[in-house]
Design a protein around this ligand. Structure first.
Ligand code: SF4
Length: 433
């Protein structure tokens, strides 16, 4: 959904923590054009195969999910919307009863559900409902068969990838405690299964393990966490989940994100170093993957080398993408906008970005559109709402949401990731003829 964003921090310039680490960061707080956190349900419900997502929301929320899902998935839905229509405060008791009725009916009809997420949204009727109490009440009623959790996907509080962060943070207290201090690696962030399987093989070849993933494929098989847990973030938008894991004793392994040959190698190396793996074994385990990635990237370099690119803030993947596209494919980032910049999690990325790029945190969409029109980049990465108008003005665009729905991490996806950026440019060239 497109929402005017509420300012959370003052506007102004801030200094990043080399590459771009010392570049001033422009903070903007104005109208935002982003999808809300409900969007994450589309990929999370496919990933966690015994979970169900019940949005407590309005018809707008139901339409968002139906249209996004209709376009992007072909599977039996494990999500729905409980529509809470206009009610005043006096109707709250009814709303709670209605929610209980909907959940009871759902659990009776779908005995495969092991975990139910009540997902909050923005309508004022929903904000008045205490969903965490509702989740506790319903969990007591349906335990031990079904756990009921809650998180917010509201557009007032979240951009579209923050919905995943909120969901995973809600899972952390449910993770069993790891007895003792035995070391294990937790990879955090929803990854396509094919990518997860590739990483399992790579970590096995490196001698790093045991390796677990959050989210797990089944909510009923959540990984254990404790003092010995070291975690790698697979996605840059998981600040809340990282905090929750640290509160349970886990320790973050700082690294760039696993995009491209360079990013994937640095990400794997960060874990290998914690496990004390020697350089020779590391080189052996990664050589073939690195070679495949380099060969696949070479196919796209001629199309992308030297092209300018402008990122509107949307997915929080903007910094790792800009680093990959500039360092491995020769693209020239003009402006890199991101909804939020977590300096600690993005420290490695900031250090690798070209110093000439303009870094922006937050959004003031009108000012950013002015800068984009003036710069006339070869490619603009933005949300769906901005893409069509900008295409009509002759700019070539890439939908940032596609980058969250596509498997893009790891060596074997590096070529596909480059292809996602090369294709719109090739298409525009063809249209010129
Ligand atoms: S949660 Fe808010 S922004 Fe998202 S679809 Fe519902 S009403 Fe719109």
């Amino acid at each position: 959904m497109i929402h005017p964003g509420a300012p959370r921090e003052p506007e102004g310039m801030a200094t990043g923590a080399g590459g771009c680490a010392d570049t001033p960061i422009l903070r903007e707080r104005g109208q935002r054009e982003v999808f809300c956190g409900l969007t994450g349900i589309i990929w999370l419900h496919r990933k966690i195969q015994d979970a169900f997502f019940l949005v407590v929301g309005s018809r707008t929320c139901a339409h968002l999910l139906q249209s996004a899902a209709g376009v992007m998935i072909f599977a039996e839905p494990r999500f729905a919307t409980a529509i809470i229509e206009e009610r005043d405060l006096a109707g709250l008791a009814d709303a709670n009863e209605e929610l209980d009725r909907v959940v009871t009916r759902l659990i009776q009809r779908r005995p495969d559900i092991r975990m139910l997420f009540l997902v909050g949204s923005c309508p004022s009727e929903v904000i008045k409902l205490d969903l965490s109490r509702a989740a506790q009440r319903l969990s007591q009623r349906f335990s031990p068969g079904v756990r009921v959790l809650n998180y917010s996907g509201s557009g007032i509080e979240t951009t579209f990838t923050e919905g995943e962060d909120a969901c995973l943070a809600a899972l952390v207290p449910e993770m069993p405690a790891e007895p003792g201090t035995a070391r294990s690696l937790l990879v955090v962030g929803a990854l396509a299964e094919v990518v997860e399987d590739q990483f399992i093989r790579l970590f096995a070849a490196l001698g790093v393990g045991p390796v677990r993933f959050l989210p797990s494929r089944r909510a009923s098989e959540l990984p254990a966490v404790g003092e010995g847990t070291r975690f790698l973030l697979a996605q840059p938008f998981l600040a809340g989940t990282a905090r929750a894991l640290e509160a349970r004793g886990a320790r973050h392994i700082p690294a760039p994100f696993p995009l491209g040959e360079e990013g994937t190698t640095a990400w794997l190396r960060a874990a290998a170093e914690v496990w004390g793996i020697g350089e020779e074994r590391f080189a052996q385990a990664t050589a073939q993957g690195r070679e495949r990635a380099r060969a696949a990237l070479a196919n796209h370099r001629a199309t992308l080398d030297g092209k300018s690119i402008f990122f509107f803030p949307d997915s929080q993947l903007e910094l790792p993408l800009a680093r990959f596209l500039s360092r491995e494919l020769g693209m020239k980032p003009i402006e890199i906008g991101t909804p939020y910049l977590h300096r600690q999690h993005l420290a490695h990325e900031l250090a690798l970005l070209p110093a000439a790029a303009n870094l922006v945190e937050g959004q003031h969409v009108d000012r950013q559109l002015d800068r984009c029109r003036e710069a006339r980049p070869d490619m603009t990465v933005c949300g769906l709402g901005l893409a069509n108008p900008l295409e009509a003005e002759g700019l070539t665009t890439k939908w940032s949401i596609e980058l969250v729905f596509s498997p893009i991490q790891g060596y074997d996806q590096a070529g596909d990731l480059a292809g996602l950026f090369a294709r719109p440019l090739v298409r525009r060239e063809k249209l010129k003829v």
